[in-house]
Design a protein around this ligand. Structure first.
Ligand code: GLN
Length: 478
Protein backbone atom coordinates (compact mmCIF):
# COMPACT_ATOMS: atom_id res chain seq x y z
CA UNK A 1 0.00 0.00 0.00
CA UNK A 2 2.62 2.48 1.11
CA UNK A 3 4.85 1.96 -1.91
CA UNK A 4 1.84 2.39 -4.14
CA UNK A 5 0.97 5.78 -2.63
CA UNK A 6 4.56 6.92 -2.79
CA UNK A 7 4.49 6.89 -6.58
CA UNK A 8 1.41 9.09 -6.78
CA UNK A 9 1.70 12.61 -8.07
CA UNK A 10 -0.10 15.49 -6.37
CA UNK A 11 -2.64 15.42 -9.21
CA UNK A 12 -3.22 11.65 -8.66
CA UNK A 13 -3.75 12.22 -4.95
CA UNK A 14 -6.21 15.04 -5.56
CA UNK A 15 -8.16 12.87 -7.97
CA UNK A 16 -8.04 9.74 -5.77
CA UNK A 17 -9.35 11.67 -2.77
CA UNK A 18 -12.24 13.10 -4.76
CA UNK A 19 -13.06 9.61 -6.11
CA UNK A 20 -12.76 8.22 -2.56
CA UNK A 21 -10.13 5.67 -3.68
CA UNK A 22 -8.33 6.40 -0.39
CA UNK A 23 -8.59 8.89 2.44
CA UNK A 24 -6.41 11.89 3.33
CA UNK A 25 -5.48 10.16 6.61
CA UNK A 26 -4.24 7.10 4.68
CA UNK A 27 -2.13 9.29 2.41
CA UNK A 28 -0.76 11.20 5.39
CA UNK A 29 0.06 7.95 7.23
CA UNK A 30 1.83 6.62 4.18
CA UNK A 31 3.92 9.77 3.71
CA UNK A 32 4.87 9.98 7.38
CA UNK A 33 5.81 6.33 7.68
CA UNK A 34 7.99 6.61 4.59
CA UNK A 35 9.51 9.79 6.05
CA UNK A 36 10.34 7.80 9.19
CA UNK A 37 11.91 4.89 7.34
CA UNK A 38 13.40 6.04 4.03
CA UNK A 39 13.55 9.68 5.14
CA UNK A 40 15.63 8.77 8.17
CA UNK A 41 18.06 6.70 6.06
CA UNK A 42 18.52 9.70 3.78
CA UNK A 43 18.58 12.16 6.72
CA UNK A 44 16.13 14.23 4.68
CA UNK A 45 14.08 15.66 7.55
CA UNK A 46 14.92 17.64 10.66
CA UNK A 47 11.41 17.61 12.14
CA UNK A 48 8.26 15.65 11.31
CA UNK A 49 4.97 17.32 12.13
CA UNK A 50 2.69 14.34 12.85
CA UNK A 51 0.10 16.04 15.04
CA UNK A 52 -0.61 19.00 12.81
CA UNK A 53 -0.51 16.86 9.67
CA UNK A 54 -3.02 14.31 10.97
CA UNK A 55 -5.32 17.04 12.28
CA UNK A 56 -5.33 18.59 8.81
CA UNK A 57 -5.82 15.24 7.09
CA UNK A 58 -8.80 14.43 9.33
CA UNK A 59 -10.28 17.82 8.49
CA UNK A 60 -9.89 17.11 4.75
CA UNK A 61 -11.63 13.74 5.19
CA UNK A 62 -14.44 15.40 7.09
CA UNK A 63 -14.89 17.90 4.26
CA UNK A 64 -14.89 15.13 1.65
CA UNK A 65 -17.49 13.30 3.70
CA UNK A 66 -19.70 16.41 3.73
CA UNK A 67 -19.03 17.24 0.09
CA UNK A 68 -17.30 20.48 1.02
CA UNK A 69 -14.53 22.06 -1.04
CA UNK A 70 -11.09 20.72 0.01
CA UNK A 71 -9.08 23.30 -1.90
CA UNK A 72 -6.79 22.95 -4.91
CA UNK A 73 -4.13 21.06 -2.92
CA UNK A 74 -6.59 19.25 -0.67
CA UNK A 75 -4.90 16.29 1.05
CA UNK A 76 -1.51 16.52 -0.71
CA UNK A 77 1.48 15.85 1.61
CA UNK A 78 4.14 18.52 1.36
CA UNK A 79 7.56 19.12 2.92
CA UNK A 80 9.07 22.52 3.73
CA UNK A 81 12.75 23.38 3.95
CA UNK A 82 13.68 24.19 7.52
CA UNK A 83 14.26 27.88 6.82
CA UNK A 84 10.56 28.45 6.05
CA UNK A 85 8.64 29.32 9.22
CA UNK A 86 5.85 27.02 10.33
CA UNK A 87 4.34 27.55 13.77
CA UNK A 88 4.34 25.02 16.64
CA UNK A 89 7.46 23.28 15.39
CA UNK A 90 11.12 24.34 15.28
CA UNK A 91 12.62 26.25 12.36
CA UNK A 92 16.35 25.60 12.71
CA UNK A 93 17.88 26.61 9.36
CA UNK A 94 19.99 23.49 10.14
CA UNK A 95 22.01 25.64 12.52
CA UNK A 96 22.91 25.06 16.16
CA UNK A 97 22.29 28.75 16.79
CA UNK A 98 18.55 28.30 16.13
CA UNK A 99 18.24 25.27 18.40
CA UNK A 100 14.73 25.04 19.75
CA UNK A 101 13.60 28.22 17.99
CA UNK A 102 9.86 28.02 17.37
CA UNK A 103 8.59 30.74 15.06
CA UNK A 104 5.73 32.86 16.40
CA UNK A 105 4.10 33.16 12.97
CA UNK A 106 3.62 31.17 9.76
CA UNK A 107 5.43 32.10 6.56
CA UNK A 108 3.07 33.25 3.81
CA UNK A 109 4.14 30.15 1.88
CA UNK A 110 2.90 27.88 4.70
CA UNK A 111 -0.29 29.92 5.17
CA UNK A 112 -1.17 29.64 1.49
CA UNK A 113 -0.39 25.93 1.34
CA UNK A 114 -2.56 25.19 4.35
CA UNK A 115 -5.44 27.28 3.10
CA UNK A 116 -5.26 25.41 -0.23
CA UNK A 117 -5.66 22.14 1.70
CA UNK A 118 -1.98 21.06 1.60
CA UNK A 119 -0.70 18.91 4.46
CA UNK A 120 2.75 19.83 5.71
CA UNK A 121 4.34 16.62 7.03
CA UNK A 122 7.75 17.93 8.01
CA UNK A 123 10.68 20.30 7.78
CA UNK A 124 13.58 19.22 5.63
CA UNK A 125 17.32 19.15 6.21
CA UNK A 126 19.46 21.73 4.41
CA UNK A 127 22.85 23.40 4.37
CA UNK A 128 23.13 25.69 7.39
CA UNK A 129 21.36 28.98 6.56
CA UNK A 130 21.12 27.75 2.94
CA UNK A 131 24.86 28.16 2.41
CA UNK A 132 26.23 25.29 0.37
CA UNK A 133 25.88 23.15 -2.73
CA UNK A 134 26.02 19.65 -1.29
CA UNK A 135 23.96 19.61 1.91
CA UNK A 136 27.08 18.71 3.89
CA UNK A 137 26.97 21.95 5.90
CA UNK A 138 24.08 20.95 8.14
CA UNK A 139 24.35 20.84 11.93
CA UNK A 140 22.18 17.72 11.61
CA UNK A 141 24.56 15.90 9.28
CA UNK A 142 24.62 15.41 5.52
CA UNK A 143 21.63 14.37 3.39
CA UNK A 144 22.03 11.41 1.04
CA UNK A 145 20.91 11.35 -2.56
CA UNK A 146 18.23 8.62 -2.96
CA UNK A 147 19.78 7.50 -6.24
CA UNK A 148 22.39 5.79 -4.03
CA UNK A 149 26.18 5.33 -4.09
CA UNK A 150 26.78 7.79 -1.28
CA UNK A 151 26.22 10.77 -3.53
CA UNK A 152 25.29 14.25 -2.30
CA UNK A 153 21.75 15.36 -3.17
CA UNK A 154 23.04 18.85 -3.99
CA UNK A 155 22.33 21.88 -1.85
CA UNK A 156 21.28 23.80 -0.10
CA UNK A 157 17.72 22.39 -0.36
CA UNK A 158 18.99 18.79 -0.42
CA UNK A 159 16.46 17.44 2.09
CA UNK A 160 13.48 18.67 0.06
CA UNK A 161 14.96 17.30 -3.18
CA UNK A 162 15.68 13.92 -1.56
CA UNK A 163 12.20 13.71 -0.04
CA UNK A 164 10.57 14.26 -3.44
CA UNK A 165 12.96 12.02 -5.39
CA UNK A 166 12.46 9.20 -2.83
CA UNK A 167 8.68 9.42 -3.23
CA UNK A 168 8.02 10.58 0.35
CA UNK A 169 6.09 13.66 -0.83
CA UNK A 170 5.06 14.69 -4.34
CA UNK A 171 5.87 18.35 -3.71
CA UNK A 172 8.41 20.07 -1.48
CA UNK A 173 9.54 23.65 -1.08
CA UNK A 174 13.10 24.88 -0.82
CA UNK A 175 14.82 28.22 -1.17
CA UNK A 176 17.08 29.69 -3.81
CA UNK A 177 19.77 32.30 -3.50
CA UNK A 178 22.18 30.98 -6.12
CA UNK A 179 20.85 27.63 -7.32
CA UNK A 180 19.74 25.79 -4.19
CA UNK A 181 16.61 24.36 -5.78
CA UNK A 182 17.75 23.82 -9.36
CA UNK A 183 21.06 22.12 -8.58
CA UNK A 184 19.57 19.56 -6.12
CA UNK A 185 16.72 18.96 -8.56
CA UNK A 186 19.31 18.15 -11.24
CA UNK A 187 21.35 15.92 -8.90
CA UNK A 188 18.28 13.94 -7.82
CA UNK A 189 16.68 13.66 -11.27
CA UNK A 190 13.54 15.74 -10.57
CA UNK A 191 12.03 19.14 -11.49
CA UNK A 192 12.93 22.35 -9.66
CA UNK A 193 11.70 25.92 -10.06
CA UNK A 194 13.33 29.15 -9.00
CA UNK A 195 10.64 31.75 -9.63
CA UNK A 196 11.11 35.38 -10.64
CA UNK A 197 12.31 37.61 -7.81
CA UNK A 198 9.09 38.83 -6.19
CA UNK A 199 7.10 35.85 -7.48
CA UNK A 200 6.64 34.25 -4.05
CA UNK A 201 6.48 36.14 -0.77
CA UNK A 202 9.59 35.88 1.39
CA UNK A 203 7.62 36.61 4.56
CA UNK A 204 8.72 33.95 7.02
CA UNK A 205 11.71 32.77 4.97
CA UNK A 206 14.90 33.16 7.04
CA UNK A 207 17.00 35.71 5.15
CA UNK A 208 20.36 34.78 3.64
CA UNK A 209 20.95 37.30 0.83
CA UNK A 210 17.72 39.26 0.56
CA UNK A 211 18.24 40.71 -2.92
CA UNK A 212 18.35 37.17 -4.36
CA UNK A 213 16.46 34.89 -1.92
CA UNK A 214 13.33 33.25 -3.29
CA UNK A 215 11.26 30.27 -2.24
CA UNK A 216 11.25 27.58 -4.93
CA UNK A 217 9.63 24.18 -5.39
CA UNK A 218 10.36 20.56 -6.33
CA UNK A 219 8.17 17.92 -7.97
CA UNK A 220 8.50 14.72 -9.99
CA UNK A 221 6.51 16.11 -12.92
CA UNK A 222 5.90 19.50 -14.43
CA UNK A 223 2.18 19.65 -13.69
CA UNK A 224 2.77 19.29 -9.95
CA UNK A 225 5.58 21.83 -10.16
CA UNK A 226 3.33 24.38 -11.84
CA UNK A 227 0.53 23.67 -9.36
CA UNK A 228 2.88 24.24 -6.41
CA UNK A 229 3.88 27.63 -7.82
CA UNK A 230 0.30 28.63 -8.62
CA UNK A 231 -0.76 28.06 -5.01
CA UNK A 232 1.91 30.16 -3.31
CA UNK A 233 2.74 32.87 -5.88
CA UNK A 234 1.57 36.47 -5.98
CA UNK A 235 1.59 39.69 -4.01
CA UNK A 236 1.64 39.61 -0.23
CA UNK A 237 1.21 42.72 1.92
CA UNK A 238 3.80 41.32 4.33
CA UNK A 239 6.60 41.37 1.76
CA UNK A 240 7.10 44.68 0.00
CA UNK A 241 9.26 43.02 -2.67
CA UNK A 242 6.49 40.60 -3.70
CA UNK A 243 4.87 41.59 -6.96
CA UNK A 244 1.24 41.69 -8.09
CA UNK A 245 1.16 40.03 -11.50
CA UNK A 246 -1.29 38.06 -13.60
CA UNK A 247 -0.69 34.44 -12.70
CA UNK A 248 -2.64 32.16 -14.95
CA UNK A 249 -3.78 28.68 -14.01
CA UNK A 250 -0.46 27.20 -15.04
CA UNK A 251 -1.40 23.50 -14.70
CA UNK A 252 -4.27 23.97 -17.19
CA UNK A 253 -2.10 25.73 -19.75
CA UNK A 254 0.78 23.31 -20.08
CA UNK A 255 -0.26 21.80 -23.40
CA UNK A 256 0.84 24.30 -25.98
CA UNK A 257 1.76 24.20 -29.62
CA UNK A 258 3.91 27.30 -29.25
CA UNK A 259 7.25 27.17 -31.00
CA UNK A 260 9.87 28.92 -28.92
CA UNK A 261 13.02 30.79 -29.81
CA UNK A 262 15.67 29.23 -27.60
CA UNK A 263 19.01 30.92 -27.01
CA UNK A 264 22.17 28.93 -26.29
CA UNK A 265 24.77 31.14 -24.62
CA UNK A 266 28.20 30.27 -25.94
CA UNK A 267 29.88 31.20 -22.62
CA UNK A 268 28.14 28.29 -20.84
CA UNK A 269 29.52 25.51 -23.01
CA UNK A 270 33.23 26.05 -22.57
CA UNK A 271 35.70 24.30 -20.25
CA UNK A 272 34.45 22.92 -16.94
CA UNK A 273 31.35 21.22 -18.33
CA UNK A 274 31.50 17.46 -17.89
CA UNK A 275 31.67 15.84 -21.35
CA UNK A 276 28.98 13.25 -20.75
CA UNK A 277 26.61 15.77 -19.18
CA UNK A 278 27.27 18.09 -22.12
CA UNK A 279 26.30 15.33 -24.50
CA UNK A 280 22.90 14.95 -22.86
CA UNK A 281 22.33 18.68 -23.20
CA UNK A 282 23.35 18.56 -26.90
CA UNK A 283 20.84 15.75 -27.47
CA UNK A 284 18.12 17.83 -25.83
CA UNK A 285 18.93 20.77 -28.09
CA UNK A 286 18.57 18.50 -31.11
CA UNK A 287 15.22 17.23 -29.84
CA UNK A 288 13.94 20.79 -29.45
CA UNK A 289 15.10 21.61 -32.96
CA UNK A 290 13.36 18.55 -34.36
CA UNK A 291 10.19 19.62 -32.58
CA UNK A 292 10.21 22.90 -34.51
CA UNK A 293 11.69 25.30 -31.96
CA UNK A 294 14.33 27.71 -33.17
CA UNK A 295 17.78 27.40 -31.66
CA UNK A 296 20.00 30.49 -31.74
CA UNK A 297 23.51 30.96 -30.47
CA UNK A 298 23.59 33.98 -28.18
CA UNK A 299 26.06 35.68 -25.89
CA UNK A 300 25.81 36.74 -22.25
CA UNK A 301 29.22 38.41 -22.12
CA UNK A 302 29.19 39.16 -18.39
CA UNK A 303 28.05 35.71 -17.29
CA UNK A 304 31.60 34.40 -16.65
CA UNK A 305 31.73 36.99 -13.85
CA UNK A 306 28.55 35.72 -12.18
CA UNK A 307 30.23 33.52 -9.56
CA UNK A 308 32.61 36.29 -8.52
CA UNK A 309 29.74 38.80 -8.22
CA UNK A 310 27.46 36.31 -6.50
CA UNK A 311 30.00 35.41 -3.83
CA UNK A 312 30.60 39.08 -3.03
CA UNK A 313 26.94 40.14 -2.88
CA UNK A 314 25.72 36.97 -1.15
CA UNK A 315 28.33 37.10 1.62
CA UNK A 316 27.85 40.86 2.12
CA UNK A 317 24.10 40.51 2.57
CA UNK A 318 24.53 37.38 4.71
CA UNK A 319 26.92 39.12 7.11
CA UNK A 320 24.29 41.78 7.67
CA UNK A 321 21.28 39.43 7.86
CA UNK A 322 22.98 37.05 10.28
CA UNK A 323 23.91 39.82 12.71
CA UNK A 324 20.53 39.26 14.39
CA UNK A 325 21.60 35.87 15.78
CA UNK A 326 23.35 37.08 18.89
CA UNK A 327 22.01 34.96 21.73
CA UNK A 328 19.50 37.64 22.74
CA UNK A 329 16.51 37.24 20.45
CA UNK A 330 16.58 33.71 19.10
CA UNK A 331 17.57 30.15 19.95
CA UNK A 332 20.91 29.35 21.50
CA UNK A 333 22.55 31.44 24.24
CA UNK A 334 25.90 30.63 25.87
CA UNK A 335 25.70 32.51 29.17
CA UNK A 336 28.37 34.94 30.30
CA UNK A 337 28.27 37.86 32.73
CA UNK A 338 29.77 40.08 30.09
CA UNK A 339 27.42 40.92 27.18
CA UNK A 340 30.12 41.01 24.50
CA UNK A 341 31.48 37.67 25.67
CA UNK A 342 27.96 36.22 25.54
CA UNK A 343 27.58 37.36 21.89
CA UNK A 344 30.99 36.06 21.09
CA UNK A 345 30.59 32.63 22.65
CA UNK A 346 27.08 32.14 21.28
CA UNK A 347 28.04 32.99 17.71
CA UNK A 348 31.27 31.05 17.90
CA UNK A 349 29.57 27.87 19.07
CA UNK A 350 26.30 28.40 17.25
CA UNK A 351 27.50 28.93 13.68
CA UNK A 352 29.25 26.28 11.59
CA UNK A 353 32.45 26.93 9.66
CA UNK A 354 30.90 27.79 6.25
CA UNK A 355 28.60 30.35 7.85
CA UNK A 356 31.52 31.88 9.73
CA UNK A 357 33.59 31.98 6.55
CA UNK A 358 30.82 33.94 4.83
CA UNK A 359 30.26 36.35 7.72
CA UNK A 360 33.98 37.14 7.76
CA UNK A 361 34.16 37.57 3.97
CA UNK A 362 30.97 39.65 3.96
CA UNK A 363 32.19 41.94 6.70
CA UNK A 364 35.41 42.39 4.77
CA UNK A 365 33.81 43.32 1.42
CA UNK A 366 31.54 45.83 3.17
CA UNK A 367 34.23 47.45 5.29
CA UNK A 368 35.42 51.02 4.71
CA UNK A 369 38.13 51.04 2.07
CA UNK A 370 36.98 47.81 0.43
CA UNK A 371 33.32 48.62 -0.11
CA UNK A 372 33.95 50.45 -3.39
CA UNK A 373 36.47 47.93 -4.66
CA UNK A 374 34.33 44.86 -4.00
CA UNK A 375 30.71 45.36 -3.06
CA UNK A 376 30.00 48.46 -5.15
CA UNK A 377 31.88 47.03 -8.13
CA UNK A 378 29.97 43.75 -7.86
CA UNK A 379 26.66 45.65 -7.91
CA UNK A 380 27.76 47.49 -11.05
CA UNK A 381 28.68 44.28 -12.83
CA UNK A 382 25.40 42.72 -11.65
CA UNK A 383 23.61 45.54 -13.49
CA UNK A 384 25.59 44.73 -16.64
CA UNK A 385 24.63 41.07 -16.36
CA UNK A 386 20.95 42.06 -16.03
CA UNK A 387 21.31 44.11 -19.20
CA UNK A 388 22.87 41.14 -20.98
CA UNK A 389 19.69 39.20 -20.27
CA UNK A 390 17.44 42.11 -21.30
CA UNK A 391 19.25 42.32 -24.63
CA UNK A 392 19.03 38.59 -25.22
CA UNK A 393 15.31 38.43 -24.38
CA UNK A 394 14.61 40.90 -27.22
CA UNK A 395 15.67 38.10 -29.50
CA UNK A 396 14.74 34.81 -27.83
CA UNK A 397 11.99 33.56 -25.48
CA UNK A 398 14.30 31.61 -23.25
CA UNK A 399 17.90 30.64 -22.58
CA UNK A 400 18.98 27.00 -22.34
CA UNK A 401 22.03 25.78 -20.41
CA UNK A 402 23.08 22.83 -18.27
CA UNK A 403 21.94 23.23 -14.64
CA UNK A 404 25.26 22.17 -13.19
CA UNK A 405 28.71 21.52 -14.70
CA UNK A 406 28.70 17.93 -13.35
CA UNK A 407 26.27 15.30 -12.13
CA UNK A 408 26.06 14.54 -8.38
CA UNK A 409 29.42 14.02 -6.66
CA UNK A 410 30.30 11.84 -3.67
CA UNK A 411 29.83 12.90 -0.07
CA UNK A 412 33.15 14.32 1.15
CA UNK A 413 34.57 14.87 -2.35
CA UNK A 414 34.53 18.69 -2.33
CA UNK A 415 33.97 19.60 1.29
CA UNK A 416 37.56 20.72 1.86
CA UNK A 417 37.66 22.83 -1.28
CA UNK A 418 35.24 25.76 -0.95
CA UNK A 419 36.21 27.15 -4.36
CA UNK A 420 35.35 23.90 -6.16
CA UNK A 421 32.08 23.89 -4.24
CA UNK A 422 31.31 27.50 -5.22
CA UNK A 423 31.85 26.62 -8.89
CA UNK A 424 28.85 24.25 -8.71
CA UNK A 425 26.69 27.40 -8.98
CA UNK A 426 28.29 28.67 -12.17
CA UNK A 427 25.20 28.11 -14.35
CA UNK A 428 22.53 28.85 -11.76
CA UNK A 429 23.73 32.07 -10.05
CA UNK A 430 23.08 34.33 -13.10
CA UNK A 431 19.29 33.91 -12.83
CA UNK A 432 19.35 34.90 -9.15
CA UNK A 433 21.51 37.94 -9.86
CA UNK A 434 19.15 39.01 -12.68
CA UNK A 435 15.94 38.14 -10.79
CA UNK A 436 14.57 36.01 -13.63
CA UNK A 437 12.76 32.64 -13.39
CA UNK A 438 14.51 29.37 -14.19
CA UNK A 439 13.70 25.67 -14.08
CA UNK A 440 15.81 22.56 -13.95
CA UNK A 441 14.32 19.58 -15.73
CA UNK A 442 15.58 16.00 -15.94
CA UNK A 443 17.62 15.41 -19.09
CA UNK A 444 18.99 11.87 -19.24
CA UNK A 445 21.95 10.60 -17.28
CA UNK A 446 25.70 10.08 -17.56
CA UNK A 447 26.91 6.53 -18.23
CA UNK A 448 26.91 5.43 -14.57
CA UNK A 449 23.28 6.51 -14.23
CA UNK A 450 23.66 9.82 -12.37
CA UNK A 451 20.95 12.21 -13.60
CA UNK A 452 21.68 15.35 -15.66
CA UNK A 453 19.64 18.55 -15.35
CA UNK A 454 18.77 20.98 -18.12
CA UNK A 455 18.16 24.61 -17.18
CA UNK A 456 15.80 27.01 -18.93
CA UNK A 457 15.60 30.70 -18.00
CA UNK A 458 12.99 33.21 -19.16
CA UNK A 459 12.00 36.88 -18.77
CA UNK A 460 10.81 37.97 -15.33
CA UNK A 461 7.31 36.61 -14.64
CA UNK A 462 7.22 34.42 -17.72
CA UNK A 463 7.09 31.19 -15.71
CA UNK A 464 4.36 30.01 -18.09
CA UNK A 465 6.77 29.62 -21.02
CA UNK A 466 9.11 27.61 -18.81
CA UNK A 467 6.33 25.26 -17.72
CA UNK A 468 5.15 24.87 -21.31
CA UNK A 469 8.56 24.06 -22.76
CA UNK A 470 9.32 21.67 -19.89
CA UNK A 471 6.02 19.91 -20.46
CA UNK A 472 6.81 19.65 -24.16
CA UNK A 473 10.26 18.25 -23.43
CA UNK A 474 8.84 15.57 -21.15
CA UNK A 475 6.60 14.47 -24.05
CA UNK A 476 9.48 14.44 -26.53
CA UNK A 477 11.38 12.04 -24.32
CA UNK A 478 8.47 9.59 -24.05
N1 GLN B 1 25.37 27.15 -3.40
C1 GLN B 1 25.08 28.55 -3.27
C2 GLN B 1 25.66 29.08 -1.99
O1 GLN B 1 26.24 28.34 -1.29
C3 GLN B 1 23.63 28.79 -3.38
C4 GLN B 1 22.90 28.65 -2.13
C5 GLN B 1 21.46 28.97 -2.28
O2 GLN B 1 20.92 29.09 -3.39
N2 GLN B 1 20.81 29.14 -1.15
O3 GLN B 1 25.55 30.22 -1.70
Amino acid sequence: MIAEYSKLSAMDIIKGLRDKSFSAVEICESALSLAESKGRELNAFITLTHDKAFAQAREIDRKIHHNEDIGPLGGVPIALKDNICYTDCPTTCASHILDKFIPPYDSTCATRLISAGGIIIGKTNMDEFAMGSSNENSYYGPVINPIGNNLVPGGSSGGSASAVAAGIVPIAFGSETGGSVRQPAAFCGIYGLKPSYGGISRYGLAAFASSMDQIGSFARNIKDLSLAYRIVCGRDENDSTSVAFAHPDYPDLLESERKFQIGIPREFFLEGLDKEAGKQIDNAIKLFQKDGHTIKEISLPNSPLAIAIYYIIAVAEASSNLARYDGVKYGLRIKDDDLINMYDKTRNLGFGSEVKRRIILGTYVLSAGYYDAYYFKAQQVRELLKRDFETVFKDVDMVLTPTSPTAAFKIGERIDDPLAMYLSDIYTAPANLAGIPAVSIPCGAVSDGRPVGLQLMAKAFDELSLFQIASRFAKLGE
